[in-house]
Each structure stands twice: as C-alpha cells, then as structure tokens.
Design a protein around this ligand. Structure first.
Ligand SMILES: CCCCCCCCCCCCC/C=C/[C@@H](O)[C@H](COP(=O)(O)O)NC(=O)CCCCCCCCCCCCCCC
Length: 253
C-alpha cells in the first residue's frame, strides 16, 4: 500500500473492527431523508477525517464491486467537513447533499437491492432504459448520472488530498485546491460555478491549519493517515471509471 505512514494502517484495522463489532456509532444508513437531519446535526458533532477515510476503505468488495452505502457515508462525512469550513462553501455542500440524497432515495426504494453497488445500479438502469443517454429528459436524475457527478468530484478529492499530503508545510490550501479543481472538476462546470468556487477557495486556511482541522492529531499524523487511505480512494475511483468507460457512460448529460 503506497504511502503507508508511520502509523501503518493499524488505525484502519481498529476502526473497521470497531464498526464490525458495532461499538462505533455510525450515522444510520438508509433511513429516508436522514441526510437533511444528518446534515443539520452535522455541526453538533466534531468532524473526523478518520470516519470518512474508513468509509471509503469499506467501499470495495472482494469481487471489486463498489458498495453504494459506504460511498455515500464517505461523502456525507466530507459534506460535514465542508460545513465546518464556513457558509461560503454552502453552495457546494448543498449540491453534494442533493446528489447524495437522490442516490440514498434509490437505496430506500422498492428497487433498493438494485442499487447495492455501482455495478448493479448500472446494470439495472441500463437494462430498464432508466438512463438519459443523449439529453436529460425522462430520467433527469438517474442513479448513473447522479453518481457520475460524485465520481468526478472524487477525482478532484483524490488529487486534492494527494496535493495536501505531498505539499510543503507552508504551502497554501487555496492553491492546492484551485490547481486540482482546475485540472479536474472545473472542466465540467460553467464559468459562473468556476468563478464562485475560486472565490470560496480563497477562504481556505494554510495547509497545516487545514490538516489540523481534520481532527486526527498533528499535521504529520493527518499526512500519514492520508497516505494510508488514499490508495483505497484511488481504487474506488479506478473501478468506477473502468465501469463507466466500458458502458460509455462518462459523458452522461
Ligand atoms: C476544501 C474545500 C472544498 C472545495 C470543493 C471543491 C469542489 C468544488 C465544486 C464546485 C461545484 C459546486 C456547485 C455545483 C455544481 C453542479 O452543477 C455540478 C454538476 O451537477 P449537475 O450536472 O447536476 O448540475 N455538481 C458537481 O459537479 C458535484 C460537485 C460536488 C462537490 C462536492 C465537494 C465536496 C468537498 C468536500 C470537502 C473536501 C475536503 C476534504 C478534506 C479532508
């Protein structure tokens, strides 16, 4: 596992053991509309990057499928983190919450089993003509199209976290953020969104302060944790990218 920090992945094993034994309280998965309450309550609990990274490490099954529930749990944790950074980011977290909730609603529907993994979602929606392939019409918020937006954001996230991990102590989070955004997500956003994002990035603190807001200890400990977890996030991204490329879904409208 590239980049395993001094801590190795012991923290990861402990966290996942805790989750399996039910000791660690996890936000209730799959309860309808939980995201709004979850989002409101978010401010009440301190954010820990650890829970987000553990969620993403639980995404990939032995059969290399991407499980939707831990994927959404990872994104909910990221939204909670974003909400701690200030209201200037609320236009971003609102969009992420909307997309998370669209997919969560599919996971709460009569077809919930079809949405257990990205693979089963793609297979089900394509087989039943539930995806708008050329322009948004009868299925404007299909699971495939909604998940693709989060998938593109995951690409930005992995670049951003890698930039944080390898950046100099005195580097600026705003620079890392805008450079990685411009190299990824910005290509899918209209001018006005790119401008608004650029303004929001200016509100970001220095790299080390940012690392400390992750609430996993010192900046060095946060860097080590990023090194442990990033390969898992990259694996989730890679598997999804291959699946979407195979089915020619990378440009869903
Ligand atoms: C660290 C500060 C966070 C910087 C976030 C960088 C990403 C900026 C995304 C700006 C777009 C937000 C506005 C939404 C635009 C939507 O049009 C657009 C397309 O959707 P549509 O086709 O349905 O219209 N939506 C999207 O592209 C989805 C954007 C989802 C972005 C979620 C980003 C969450 C970031 C979470 C915090 C990351 C820091 C973690 C550090 C431990």
């Amino acid at each position: 596992m590239a980049g395993a920090g001094a801590s190795g992945v012991d923290w990861l094993r402990r966290e996942r053991a805790g989750q399996q034994s039910g000791k660690r309280k996890q936000p209730a998965e799959g309860s309808r509309g939980s995201l709004q309450r979850f989002n409101m309550a978010a401010g009440a609990e301190t954010f820990s990057l650890r829970e987000v990274l553990v969620a993403f490490t639980a995404c990939v099954s032995e059969q290399r499928e991407v499980r939707v529930d831990p994927y959404l749990a990872g994104w909910k944790g990221l939204v909670r983190f974003l909400n701690c950074l200030g209201t200037i980011f609320s236009f971003i977290s609102k969009d992420a919450v909307t997309k998370i909730e669209i997919i969560e609603n599919y996971r709460n529907s009569d077809q919930r089993e079809k949405y257990l993994t990205v693979q089963s979602m793609v297979e089900y929606e394509l087989a039943n003509g539930l995806v708008d392939l050329q322009q948004r019409s009868k299925h404007p918020n299909s699971g495939c199209r909604t998940f693709l937006r989060l998938h593109r954001a995951l690409h930005w996230l992995q670049m951003f976290l890698e930039g944080l991990r390898t950046g100099e102590d005195n580097s600026k989070t705003s620079v890392i953020c805008s450079e990685t955004y411009n190299a990824s997500l910005a290509n899918y956003h209209p001018w006005i969104i790119r401008k608004a994002a650029g303004v929001a990035f200016c509100a970001l603190p220095t790299r080390n302060t940012f690392l400390e807001t992750m609430n996993v200890g010192t900046a060095e400990e946060a860097v080590a944790m990023l090194g442990d977890a990033l390969p898992y996030i990259c694996e989730v991204y890679k598997i999804t990218e291959e699946l979407y490329a195979q089915h020619k879904l990378l440009d869903l409208p």
